[in-house]
Design a protein around this ligand. Structure first.
Ligand code: BYC
Length: 328
């Protein structure tokens, strides 16, 4: 579907491959943006489709753990905020699927790949949300990790992805603050509320660190993605940045992070932290996390239940197209 080595969606040109590659290389060297009609190596296109699709899938599957608490939010204000946040995640999914389409991908096919387990989504959304404090921990830690990961993607070499990230990051920043505020309220409340906040942080800390992916030496895609200017920093660099940013915030919250090895390293100017259980990450990625089956089954059901909306939209579009051609 995505053609030979150097193909553009319009497929019109017969220029020799080397010339076309030179233009792509020049764009990367000058920090220019690669746009949908530009020629690009097939591997670049495929890598972007893989990453953007996984990212889009994460956004829409990511609606489930929080959607679980909309009906049980402790006040009308909290409910309105949570609904807005979950809607934002749906919007992020839309921007990202649209960005993948600019590369020639078909949205329906991407969804099929998600539903049949052929494409991944972030490991983090396979953990359950057991208490209201989990809404705080997700906002603070999961959206916090997402911001650290996604701010550099605003400078991604592929224009449509980079531009989508600008708005996504602004919204994630609001999400992170609302999570922090939930935890701040709980950690300054009753003993039971503080314990609930601490328990949520204890459960979400390590999975949040895993969101950044395997260590650099075990990350098969990083080197090429960095050479192509898709990723700007490695998984370990971003993970370290997240830890350094989060520890002082935990102090403000009066909560502890569940890692006895966490301490400031004067020499490195960063926090040292304990070993991450990557076996757990790989098990979750393989489909064996606590909620993988539930998340996917719910997504497939929602997709099937929504078939009539897609059919109605198609019928309306066809009617509009007929009218336009009749007028013409
Ligand atoms: N979970 O070579 P690597 C959000 C896979 S949405 C699952 O390092 P790469 C939010 C990886 O895909 C957050 N799979 O890969 C939404 C690769 O598999 P394949 C989502 C993971 O791509 C709602 C293999 O492991 N954010 O924040 O260079 C509510 C080897 O890894 C994970 C994004 O998607 C994982 N954690 O780097 C609230 C950001 N980690 O494809 C919040 C965009 C790794 O080779 N994506 N894998 O079979 C990225 O920045 C990069 O794709 C990653 C991985 C850093 C995630």
């Amino acid at each position: 579907m995505y053609g030979n080595d150097f193909t553009a969606p319009d497929e019109g040109s017969r220029e020799p491959a080397e010339d076309r590659l030179a233009e792509f290389e020049r764009l990367l060297e000058t920090e220019g943006r690669v746009e949908p009609r530009d020629v690009m190596p097939d591997g670049y296109r495929k890598t972007l489709i893989r990453q953007i699709a996984q990212h889009a899938h994460s956004e829409i599957i990511g609606m489930q753990p929080e959607g679980n608490w909309i009906s049980r939010a402790p006040s009308l204000r909290r409910k309105a905020i949570l609904m807005a946040k979950v809607q934002d995640e749906a919007g992020h999914g839309l921007y990202l699927y649209a960005a993948a389409e600019t590369l020639g991908a078909d949205r329906g096919e991407l969804l099929d790949m998600l539903h049949s387990g052929r494409q991944k989504y972030s490991s983090i959304f396979n953990y359950p949300t057991l208490t209201w404090a989990d809404m705080g921990a997700i906002g603070w830690l999961v959206d916090g990790a997402a911001i650290v990961n996604q701010v550099p993607l605003c400078r991604c070499s592929y224009g449509p992805y980079a531009r989508a990230m600008v708005r996504v990051c602004k919204e994630e920043s609001f999400h992170q603050r609302q999570g922090f505020e939930i935890l701040h309220t709980l950690s300054h409340g009753t003993e039971a509320q503080k314990a609930m906040a601490q328990d949520a942080v204890d459960r979400w800390w390590w999975p949040s660190l895993m969101m950044f992916g395997p260590t650099d030496d075990a990350s098969p895609n990083s080197a090429q993605s960095m050479a192509w200017g898709i990723k700007r920093f490695s998984n370990d660099e971003l993970r370290q940045r997240f830890v350094d940013m989060t520890v002082p915030q935990a102090e403000v919250l009066g909560l502890t992070l569940p890692d006895p090895d966490l301490r400031w390293n004067e020499e490195r100017g960063s926090y040292d932290f304990g070993e991450i259980d990557f076996t757990e990450l790989f098990e979750v990625i393989k489909g064996n996390g606590p909620c993988n089956k539930q998340r996917l089954a719910h997504r497939v059901r929602a997709h099937e239940d929504g078939a009539w909306v897609r059919e109605a939209a198609d019928a309306y579009a066809a009617k509009q197209a007929r009218r336009t051609s009749e007028v013409a």
